[in-house]
Write a protein that binds this ligand. Structure first.
Ligand SMILES: CC(C)(COP(=O)(O)OP(=O)(O)OC[C@H]1O[C@@H](n2cnc3c(N)ncnc32)[C@H](O)[C@@H]1OP(=O)(O)O)[C@@H](O)C(=O)NCCC(=O)NCCS
Length: 225
């Protein structure tokens, strides 16, 4: 074997060692990161209400500013999640938030936001617009930032909560609901499949050198119906 052949052999032997592979993976991950999302659609009129029952009794309320202040003042989960949702309401100004209370104890157990057509200027200002290209009229809305507090997960709360969102949509002429979730977010995917969200597109967020949360560029790939 010639000198070049020997050098390649040494290189591949090194590459087989897991530490070297890990270093390479970490380095590549630092340079470029691809995050995949699923964009889903739900037909409001054909949704059947009353199919799912959570293991605790629920009460729903559209939040006012005092309710939101109480929610953040008594936030039981991590600081990271607090900041993520605080930003949505206070910095970006998305104000249509549904709060779900344990009917017996009055504790907030779940919440979610609805982005309507009138939120488009805020979307353009603060969010990656490619994710919201289907929000084109008053007859559609985005169902986003669904959150069940950790203590109450896997009790069917998010699933049953959909009934309240659907009722709101029907009263407000919203016919199509859209929703975006990380393609690897198993609880969220299972929830979406269960209530009948249909995937209509994949979105790829491509980030370089650890860009911030929404930065990077986005590619949308429509799925065949
Ligand atoms: C996604 C989320 C809102 C689901 O809330 P939830 O109230 O626990 O959901 P439900 O109890 O109604 O469960 C819905 C489905 O997901 C499944 N599920 C919930 N948590 C799960 C987990 N950790 N692993 C696997 N499946 C899970 C449930 O089993 C159920 O499916 P099944 O009935 O077929 O078994 C919750 O996990 C959460 O707040 N996650 C953090 C925030 C987030 O990722 N939000 C989604 C952004 S779109």
């Amino acid at each position: 074997m010639g000198i070049i052949g020997k050098k390649f052999k040494t290189f591949f032997t090194l590459l087989k060692k897991s530490e070297i592979r890990e270093i390479l993976q970490t380095t590549t991950g630092y340079i470029v990161r691809v995050i995949k999302y699923r964009l889903d659609e739900l037909d409001v009129d054909s949704y059947i209400l009353g199919r799912f029952k959570a293991k605790i009794p629920l009460k729903c309320k559209i939040a006012n500013s005092m309710d939101m202040q109480l929610l953040f003042d008594h936030w039981p989960d991590s600081r990271e999640e607090y900041e993520r949702h605080y930003e949505v309401y206070y910095h970006w100004g998305f104000k249509t938030c549904f709060l779900f209370y344990h009917r017996d104890t009055g504790e907030v157990v779940h919440f979610c936001f609805l982005l309507t057509y009138k939120d488009c200027p805020r979307i353009q200002r603060f969010l990656p617009t490619k994710k919201y290209i289907f929000l084109t009229s008053n007859s559609c809305a985005h169902h986003e930032w669904l959150y069940t507090f950790e203590k109450y997960r896997k009790l069917g709360i998010c699933t049953q909560a959909t009934d309240f969102i659907i009722k709101f949509c029907r009263h407000n002429g919203i016919k199509k609901l859209y929703s975006i979730r990380g393609a690897s977010n198993v609880p969220s995917i299972r929830y979406a499949d269960k209530v009948g969200y249909i995937p209509i597109a994949s979105i790829y967020q491509i980030q370089f050198f650890h860009q911030k949360r929404h930065s990077g560029f986005y590619i949308l790939k429509r799925l065949k119906k």
